[in-house]
Design a protein around this ligand. Structure first.
Ligand code: CTP
Length: 403
């Protein structure tokens, strides 16, 4: 989504300016075409040579210097931009932007912006909490500006609280959403992701090779399409998506408990069961660490609850989508699972191809049709699956339901 995007990064003067280096580097790595502008104060925190090296272009700091942008860098840099990203954004630049003050290059850039503008605030928690800052943020949001963060946590000044800049990796994760349409806006999506782990004793257990990659790709795609996303996640090994609520669990029974707890608390529009739930657990879990000289443990396995089926057959429950990881007979098994799980859609794939891989090839099976997606990277597969989900939701809440 960021490949070939033209992005102007405006760096203002806060200690978090050093983290903007990582943002620029990440954007370039993702294929974006990046230009950087800095305030005078920002150059006190990070040398402009650093941003020149990272972006591969000269950095603009003033309206009065001759730059490759020509005599009017605030216009030229905006012409360049599909997105003007202000990172870090100090309380001062938010105040100036909210009031339309343009007394240096960066504030003039913001006033003259013609594309999307996004602020990534970073400041002391008292500055962030100050009603003046909150008023400015509200005004900027009303005017259509996007905000990423701030997060809560340890601050450079030693305080702990809200105002800490969102981590560069999370900024990079959230930026594609700014370019996405929002057909899931106002929808609540609940998902299960990753493997489950069923303990045998205190150190050993039954699990599988699911990484959580496809599930988190779906969570990101749903978030970017505008949904409010909650993920009940087993012990995953990949980076968690930003801007998504994660409820960590270990076993299948905990996963079911967390899912039912969520559904009991408030209604969801869509449930997607991506988790590779361990089918069995040990009936009598062993205490401590089973020693080899105690002989072979006699394990009795019992079946785990079927979470997808529980949600699919729930009266008044959400529209339900399941996955089917199969070794053979993809289509036949998918149809059987539609029925058995009470699902509106089954996404079927060949288990061996999907587990712990970056790509996937799936069949999307509903009552009426079958569509093939991929082979493609898991983000693209996720987006396409969710467009099928959008269709299902529109059918489910069709015009006759509005009467
Ligand atoms: N699933 C679930 N709870 C389980 C088992 C599976 O919610 N205890 C969900 C998975 O998240 C997936 C779908 O059911 O969306 C199908 O999972 P899969 O492992 O393919 O099928 P199973 O139901 O386990 O059947 P089988 O292993 O016999 O193919």
């Amino acid at each position: 989504m960021l490949k070939n995007r033209k992005i102007t990064v405006a760096v203002t003067g806060g200690i978090a300016a050093y983290k903007a280096c990582e943002v620029v580097r990440g954007l370039v790595k993702l294929g974006a075409d990046v230009r950087v502008a800095m305030t005078e104060n920002a150059t006190r925190f990070v040398g402009l040579v650093t941003f020149e090296a990272l972006s591969g272009h000269p950095v603009a700091t003033s309206e009065w210097e001759h730059t490759p942008e020509g005599a009017m860098p605030h216009i030229e840099l905006n012409l360049h931009a599909d997105l003007l990203l202000v990172v870090p954004a100090t309380a001062n630049i938010l105040a100036k932007a909210a009031r339309g003050i343009a007394d240096d290059l960066v504030s003039a850039l913001i006033l003259a912006h013609r594309s999307k503008v996004a602020f990534v605030p970073a400041m002391n928690r008292h500055m962030w909490g100050n009603p003046a800052t909150q008023r400015n943020v509200a005004d900027l949001k009303r005017d259509g500006a996007h905000f990423i963060g701030p997060d809560s946590g340890f601050q450079a000044c030693g305080d702990v609280g809200e105002g800490r800049m969102t981590e560069p990796a999370d900024i990079l994760d959230l930026l594609p959403g700014l370019f996405s349409e929002k057909p899931l806006s106002g929808r609540r999506v609940l998902m299960t992701v990753g493997p489950t782990y069923e303990p045998i004793d205190d150190v050993r257990g039954i699990t599988n090779r699911s990484s959580g990659r496809q599930g988190f790709a779906l969570a990101r795609a749903a978030r970017d399409l505008g949904a409010d996303v909650t993920v009940v996640a087993g012990p995953v090994t990949v980076k968690r998506p930003a801007g998504v609520r994660i409820l960590p669990v270990t076993t299948a029974r905990e996963m079911l408990g967390a899912v039912e707890g969520e559904l009991d608390r408030s209604p969801y529009d869509l449930f997607i069961g991506v988790a590779a739930v361990a089918d069995w657990r040990v009936a009598d879990r062993l205490e401590g660490k089973w020693k080899k000289d105690a002989g072979l443990p006699q394990l009795r396995l019992v079946e785990n609850p079927d979470i997808l089926a529980a949600v699919g057959h729930r009266a008044g429950g959400p529209v339900t989508i399941g996955f089917a990881a199969e070794a053979t007979d993809l289509l036949e098994n998918a149809y059987a699972k539609l029925e058995k799980k009470g699902a509106a859609m089954i996404v079927a794939n060949v288990a061996r191809d999907a587990l712990a891989s970056d790509t996937n090839r799936v069949l999307v099976v509903t009552d009426g049709e079958v569509d093939e997606i991929g082979p493609a990277d898991k983000d693209e597969v996720a987006r396409k699956i969710l467009y099928h989900a959008v269709d299902l939701l529109e059918e489910d809440y069709g015009p006759e339901d509005d009467l």
